[in-house]
Structures are given as structure tokens and as C-alpha cells.
Design a binder for this molecule. Structure first.
Ligand SMILES: Cc1cc2nc3c(=O)[nH]c(=O)nc-3n(C[C@H](O)[C@H](O)[C@H](O)COP(=O)(O)OP(=O)(O)OC[C@H]3O[C@@H](n4cnc5c(N)ncnc54)[C@H](O)[C@@H]3O)c2cc1C
Length: 506
């Protein structure tokens, strides 16, 4: 049917604008995804683009650390990745939701192969550092999930039987709901939860005389008192819209996406160009920057698209309007830290049967992410912590060696193999990373209302883009969508000016 044209292909999120911007020069600040996407789409429309990028690389927060990657945080020590050739660690963006059609569109258009990113794995562990019979030991996620499904289903079934619900229900509805709870919690004929094969075995089934031995459920009170349903262990992956499966990742590292854009617009990027000043003039935009050798230069453009993250932009001189300046200074950014840990052996696969997914803990490391690529190969890189807010600040304030020690000590309580198998680490505190100074914008309803609108309007010739100018903050899709929005608005202005000039001449 596809071949006959009777069926539409998958939505491609194509971006087709009418008219040409030939002769107009656009200065784009930042060669992250927003900046490069804006240039890519503008060039299709005939515009000349110059991208000023402070770093010596493109991609911004899409950054894959490999052997030899170097970084020095603000006030930090120099770090060089000692990862083995072929291994990598996505220090920024790592996973693509299946709902982010725009991210998938650009992977399709720029031919970036994707593979499944296993975001949810019931074989992962939860580990509560605290009191209780199940605390200070690792417990499989599937055991707690299935016990809790069982116990909560049993409790609700009892409440229905005892007419203890405050909402009136018909007899037929009650029957249907009870049947659902029976299936959901795997309750016995008396509607009691007594355990389930779903939570796994102490001895797995095999051939011959080996039916397997089921593991007994934990007591509900034990689970509660051991802190295993505390907020560190909420079912983030299952419940958050964007984190539901299927998720994807580029084969070989997230920087395959930024590399693909760089192949399209790389010759328009001036690397090592640190923007120092942004000015509006009668003719357009004037940007002053220091180039790679520290020489101060100036560039003029008809328009400018600024994608610089707000905490960095806040330190750059400009003549922006007061609402824009207020927004730049007021929108908060989240702190986040990540560490990549290279191990000699994939013990999480070989010993613990964990293939991708996440373990969670209330310790400072917060989460351990297992790689979704190259299963069964010899070595691998785990994300040894991915933490936010206070935990990220606390760990980010440590020296590189102390961060590594903390990751090994805390992670080693979940995986004792850490000490034997560890080889190398590379850590990042995004709030201390030069030219980012934060992981992602985080709006409250108040800051959305008070500050966000100012960033959606051009300030004279300057347009704002970047994940912080979207409702998809913390996602690459936010950068892509924002780039398109700024290109659409800028192009519409150029077209209407052209039309007005043509009418005057005519
Ligand atoms: C830890 C972490 C995890 C994430 N996980 C995911 C994920 O799993 N999936 C997902 O889709 N997204 C994820 N994201 C979000 C995603 O990475 C971002 O939303 C996206 O990359 C932002 O792109 P951007 O172009 O808006 O900004 P940036 O990538 O920050 O680009 C801005 C550019 O401006 C440059 N710049 C800064 N200052 C100057 C200056 N003075 N002069 C010139 N240039 C300058 C920077 O160097 C940078 O290249 C994650 C982000 C982080 C930090």
C-alpha cells in the first residue's frame, strides 16, 4: 500500500517554509543542537549563517566522552578520559523518547542509526541506606514492584468487599474492579496476596527434575519500614510520559547526532569564539567575541539567534530590554552530576543478569545506569551516578578523586564487584561546566508566567532559542523545536519586509 501511495509514511515532521532569505546574514550564538538546527534549516532557505561557538567542539550538552576527552570545570582540575578505545560515556543527553518525533525526524533525515535504550529493567536493584530488615541490602526492583502490586490490590479488594469506599459503585462495577485487582496483584481465590512467580525464583527452573523454587514475598510492613517505597524509589521510568519504553539511542554514542549536524553546518562554525557582548543596531545585530587566540573581534548580521544557556548569558554584556534581562537572570537551572565508570568485566550482565536499565538508591549516587549497547562484550562503562539538586551540588563540590571514591564506595555496596573490576572514571558537574553552568532550565508555573514570554519575542534583531525556550526543557526535542520556532518567526519577518519593500517599489 505504501508503494502504491495508498498509505501515508510515518509522520516525518518535515519543516517546509516558503520563500528565500538569500542575501541575509544570521549570526547564531552557540553550536549546540538548537544553534546547528537553526543554521541547518536557515541554509535550506538560502540564508548565510555564522555560528559562534565558545568550545572547541560542537554539540553543547550533547556530549559523548571517549578516550582522550578533556575537560576542566570552573574552578576545577583538568581531567582526561582514560576510557578504552571504543568505549564511551554520554555525559549529557543519553536517551530519546519514542514520542519525540522531531528528534527521530532529524536522526532519520541525517541518517543516524538508532538502537533500543532499555530505560526500564525490573532486574535492576533498589538499595535503601537506612533502618529496617530490607535496608542496607540490594533488592530486585521486580520483587518490590510485584509485592506492592499484590498488597495494594489486596487492600483495595478488601475495601470494596467491606463497602469501605466513599464512592458509590454498582455491584457489576465492583465485580469488574475486583477481577482487575485479582489479575493486577495476582491475588489468590480469597483475594489475598501470597506471592507470585512474577517476583522471581531463589532457584531458577531448569531441565529434568528442576521445577525451580519461588522466592517468598516480603512482608508489607518490612517493605514500608525499610524505606523501599520512599521517594527515591518511585517508579519514574514506568510513569513519566517521556521515560516509558520504547526509548532509543544512537548506535555508538549520542554525539552521532551532533556530528551529523556538524557535517551539514560545520564550515559555518567558528570554534573557540566566546561571545562577550551582544548589541542591537539600526542595521541589525553586532556581536563582540574573543576568538581562539584571545583576540577580540566583532561581527555584524541582519539578525541573531542566541542559544546560549541563560546562566552563561547572564554574564554577557548586552543592551537587551529589561523584561529579557529579568528573564535571563531569573529562570532557574537544575544542577546535575554524572560519572562514567569503566570496568574490566560486565559483571552486571555476567553475574547479575542486568542488561540496561537503572538501579536506584537514596545514597548520594542516586542512580546507576547500565549500558544498553554491546551486550555480552567484555568491558563496559556504567553511569556510576546521575544525581540532581542538593546531591549533585554536594558531590560536584568534591575533587575528582573524591567523586570517584564516593561512586565506588556507594556503588560498591550494591555491586561488590566494583573494587575488583574498576578501571577508570570521568565525572561531570553540569552546574560547574563552563559554557553550560547548569543542566537544564527548570520552570515553576510562576516563572513560566512571569519570565518565559519575554524569551519568546525577538528583542529587536535578536531571537532566542535553546531548550530553555520550550516546554520540553531537559530534552533535545526542546532544542530542536525551539530552533524551528525561531527560524519560522525570523523568516516570516524577512518575508514580510521583502513583500513590503516590493510593494513600495511596485
Ligand atoms: C545531564 C544531562 C542529561 C540529559 N539527558 C537527556 C536525554 O537523555 N535525552 C534528551 O533528549 N535530552 C537530554 N538532555 C537535554 C539536552 O542535552 C539539551 O536539552 C540540549 O542538548 C540543549 O541544546 P541547546 O542547543 O539548547 O543548548 P546547548 O547544548 O547547551 O548549546 C548551547 C551552546 O552555546 C555555547 N555557548 C555557551 N556560552 C557561549 C558563549 N559565551 N559564546 C559562544 N558560545 C557559547 C555552548 O558551548 C553550547 O555549545 C540532558 C542534558 C543534560 C545536561
Amino acid at each position: 500500500m505504501l508503494a502504491l501511495g495508498l498509505l501515508k509514511t510515518a509522520p516525518a515532521e518535515a519543516f517546509n517554509l516558503e520563500g528565500k532569505g538569500t542575501g541575509k546574514h544570521i549570526i547564531i550564538l552557540g553550536a549546540g543542537l538548537a544553534g546547528m538546527t537553526a543554521a541547518y534549516e536557515l541554509k535550506k532557505l538560502g540564508y548565510k549563517c555564522t555560528i559562534l561557538e565558545a568550545r572547541s567542539r560542537a554539540g553543547g550538552r550533547v556530549w559523548t566522552v571517549r578516550k582522550g576527552t578533556r575537560e576542566t570545570e570552573i574552578g576545577g582540575e583538568e581531567q582526561t578520559a582514560k576510557l578504552e578505545q571504543g568505549l564511551y560515556f554520554n555525559a549529557g543527553a543519553a536517551r530519546i523518547p519514542h514520542q519525540h518525533e522531531i528528534s527521530l525526524h532529524y536522526c532519520r533525515e541525517l541518517k543516524v542509526p538508532l538502537e533500543t535504550y532499555n530505560n526500564i529493567n525490573e532486574a535492576g536493584f533498589i538499595y535503601n541506606d537506612g533502618e529496617g530488615a530490607l535496608a542496607n541490602k540490594r533488592v530486585r526492583i521486580r520483587e518490590i514492584h510485584n509485592d506492592m502490586r499484590g498488597y495494594t490490590s489486596e487492600l483495595l479488594a478488601k475495601a470494596i468487599d467491606q463497602d469501605a469506599l466513599d464512592r458509590p459503585m454498582t455491584v457489576e462495577d465492583k465485580e469488574v474492579l475486583i477481577e482487575y485487582l485479582r489479575a493486577e496483584g495476582e491475588l489468590d481465590p480469597d483475594k489475598l496476596y501470597k506471592g507470585t512467580p512474577r517476583r522471581g525464583y531463589t532457584t531458577p527452573p531448569g531441565a529434568g527434575n528442576a521445577p525451580g523454587k519461588l522466592a517468598d514475598p516480603y512482608e508489607l510492613s518490612e517493605i514500608i519500614r525499610s524505606g523501599l517505597i520512599g521517594h527515591s524509589f518511585y517508579n519514574i521510568g514506568d510513569y513519566i510520559y517521556e521515560q516509558q519504553m520504547t526509548m532509543m539511542q544512537p548506535v555508538g554514542g549520542m554525539d552521532r547526532i551532533s556530528d551529523a549536524f556538524e557535517r551539514q553546518v560545520g564550515k559555518d562554525i567558528e570554534y573557540g569564539a566566546e561571545v562577550r557582548e551582544i548589541r542591537k543596531t539600526t542595521a541589525g545585530a553586532r556581536v563582540i567575541y574573543a576568538n581562539g587566540s584571545g583576540k577580540v573581534k566583532e561581527i555584524m548580521g541582519d539578525y541573531c539567534i542566541c542559544t546560549i544557556p541563560l546562566p552563561v548569558l547572564s554574564g554577557i554584556a548586552s543592551d537587551f530590554s529589561s523584561p529579557v534581562l529579568r528573564a535571563i537572570d531569573s529562570v532557574a537551572y537544575y544542577e546535575a552530576g554524572k560519572i562514567g565508570l569503566q570496568f574490566k568485566r560486565r559483571f552486571w550482565e555476567e553475574d547479575e543478569h542486568i542488561y540496561g536499565g537503572i538501579s536506584r538508591t537514596n545514597m548520594d549516587i542516586h542512580q546507576i545506569f547500565y549500558p544498553s549497547n554491546d551486550f555480552l562484550s567484555k568491558k563496559g562503562v556504567l553511569v556510576g551516578y546521575y544525581n540532581f539538586g542538593e546531591k549533585a551540588v554536594k558531590v560536584g563540590d568534591l575533587s575528582l578523586a573524591a567523586r570517584e571514591k564516593l561512586a565506588l564506595e556507594q556503588g560498591g555496596r550494591i555491586h561488590p564487584q566494583y573494587w575488583e573490576e574498576f578501571e577508570a572514571s570521568f565525572s561531570l558537574a553540569w552546574h560547574k561546566t563552563r559554557y553550560s553552568q547548569g543542566a537544564f532550565a527548570t520552570y515553576t508555573s510562576d516563572s513560566r508566567e512571569r519570565f518565559y514570554p519575554a524569551l519568546l519575542q525577538p528583542d529587536g534583531p535578536v531571537y532566542f532559542a535553546g531548550e530553555h525556550t520550550s516546554y520540553l526543557t531537559a530534552w533535545m526535542a526542546g532544542a530542536f523545536e525551539s530552533a524551528r520556532r525561531s527560524v519560522r518567526d525570523l523568516h516570516a519577518r524577512v518575508m514580510s519586509t521583502q513583500q513590503a519593500q516590493a510593494e513600495v517599489k511596485g
